[in-house]
Design a protein. Sequence first.
Length: 281
Amino acid sequence: MSSRLGMRSFTMLASVAVIGAVTLSAGATAHADDFSEKKPLLKGSTTASYYWDDASGRNGDTGLPASGKPMQKGLAASPSWPLLTEGYVVYKGKKEPFFVGDRGPGVPSNRGIMLDLDAKTFASLTGGKFNSSSLSVDGVGGQGHIKIEYVITKWGPGVGKKNHPVAFSTGAWSRKDARPATPPVVTAEEKKTDKKDEERPETPPAPAQVAEKAPEQAPEKAPVKASAQDKAPQAELAAAVTTRDTESNGVGGLALISALAFLSGGMFLARGRIRKAFDRS
């Protein structure tokens, strides 16, 4: 099957799926928006490489992937997992979905490289750019391997090991596994962390700083002007005090005058008596 025919078939199936006439078989794509919301069946970590086989014969191309699916973003090769197994990988906080559409890597899996990502997914995780001419990833300094975490959310229906990956040379990829791994227990804290990673809210802007105001002092009360009604009792009181003072001064003055007059009269009488006494002598 040529690459052109494969791409045409895939496009036709995708179009039909969109209009609802038929749906693609499970694992045909790994771009579901809710891929990380599914219950995990297996978690682990490994070293991942990348490749791109589009049946063009370029750069060591070996032909169409083993699943018969055309090469595309999200298609990965595994040395032991069943074909059409689904999941996602995490690298430095970035998440990308994948499905197992091919076998490999071969000999590298003996060295612990247990997942071969497609070049476009590798570029998305590392911040590089897929080069369609060389079928490689530019802008990553020649980096070809990364340490990733993987999460399996659905096992494929065919043969293969439904557990942590093993080297291709073990032949586990060709045997039916009737005892898949026990799903890991996801704690509430892990769910909360995963949800935060998915949302990744933008950092809210810092609140504007407001200059502190000096405490306001209560305004001094203006003197209250006395009204006409308030002035009347005050005037009466002042008049009464003045009258009392005048009356007291008048009585005191009369008494003083009377005393002076009495003293003057006494002195006059005494002087007369003294004079008579001198005259007698």
